[in-house]
Design a protein around this ligand. Structure first.
Ligand code: ATP
Ligand code: MG
Length: 290
């Protein structure tokens, strides 16, 4: 079984993004669902090994950003891909609507506080991108951000893209590798999943009437995603548009991108210096003598 090609999901820098040109139901033609599940298991094992080295080397960190419409499967994908990884090397943060304290700061404040430390993988379940997505679709949310009136204006979105690009470049230059995933679910599949949540008592808790309201703004959201992805997919912090109508494929595609990313780094266990080697020899001698 070969690995799947991820390059077709990658958004090249400075390209025009038309989400309608990405098929949400895309899968690898040679792959059955069972094959994919087998591959995901293998991928998880590989990820565990790579993460162990990432953690021991303590140089790079990886920031994975997940954005999507509701019910696209963000939570499940994060859970499956991170399952089996060493918890000390991973951390997941979910960003909900900002609190009063958070609204009293610049929009990056809450994210900067929880960036992954060196040697760790940080997952953002939603992120500062909400600032150019939900806030762009509902500009009235800007009113709550206590911005000086002078700074409101039509250029605010372009400025935010620019600021996000700058911050991501800064982080990259400091050893944080960034990969961004848009889980591309179709409107029909979202409807199906909402109905399943209503029909299944075990899934009722996941249902929110607000999700149905947001669905009415689908086209506006698609435009906001297209503009944000086009403006912020860079060579060092690229976006991937991952097909999300088949959850088994989504999870495998994400795992592959993360593996490729880690494999592209110069990961290795830290070499032992002479002092450390001496310490180990000394410990061995003492343990044998007792
Ligand atoms: P679930 O899959 O459990 O529904 P979720 O990520 O959708 O997970 P919710 O609590 O349903 O979690 O929704 C979080 C809400 O917070 C979303 O509607 C999102 O748009 C909103 N949100 C996140 N960040 C911001 C932000 N910076 N400004 C305004 N709204 C935000
Ligand atoms: Mg939700």
């Amino acid at each position: 079984m070969s690995r799947i090609t991820t390059s077709r999901f990658l958004v090249k820098p400075d390209s025009r993004v038309r989400l309608s040109q990405y098929d949400p139901a895309d899968i690898a033609p040679f792959l059955s669902e069972d094959d994919a599940k087998g591959l995901l298991k293998k991928a998880t094992k590989r990820l565990y090994d790579l993460t162990e080295i990432l953690n021991a080397q303590d140089r790079w960190s990886l920031l994975l950003i997940f954005q999507a419409m509701d019910a696209a499967g963000k939570d499940g994908a994060i859970k499956h891909v991170m399952r089996g990884l060493d918890p000390k090397a991973t951390q997941v943060f979910s960003f909900k609507a900002p609190s009063d304290e958070e609204l009293d700061h610049d929009f990056m404040w809450r994210s900067l506080k929880v960036l992954p430390e060196r040697g760790r993988i940080g997952v953002f379940n939603r992120s500062y991108y909400e600032e150019v997505l939900v806030v762009r679709v509902h500009p009235e949310l800007l009113q709550r951000q206590h911005l000086p009136i002078k700074l409101f204006g039509p250029r605010i979105w372009t400025q935010r893209y620019e600021d996000i690009r700058d911050i991501e470049r800064y982080l990259t230059r400091n050893g944080t590798i960034i990969r961004k995933f848009y889980l591309n679910v179709s409107r029909a599949e979202q409807r199906r999943r909402f109905l399943a949540r209503l029909d299944d008592p075990a899934k009722n808790w996941k249902f929110s009437i607000n999700d149905v309201n947001e669905r009415l703004h689908w086209t506006k959201y698609m435009h906001a995603y297209e503009a944000a992805i086009a403006a912020t997919s860079t060579g060092t912090a690229p976006w991937y548009v991952i097909p999300a109508d088949h959850k088994w494929f989504t999870r495998l595609a994400i795992a592959e991108v993360i593996i490729e990313t880690l494999e592209s780094l110069d990961l290795h266990f830290p070499p032992l210096d002479r002092r450390k080697q001496g310490e180990l020899a000394e410990a061995r001698r003492r343990l044998r003598g007792t």
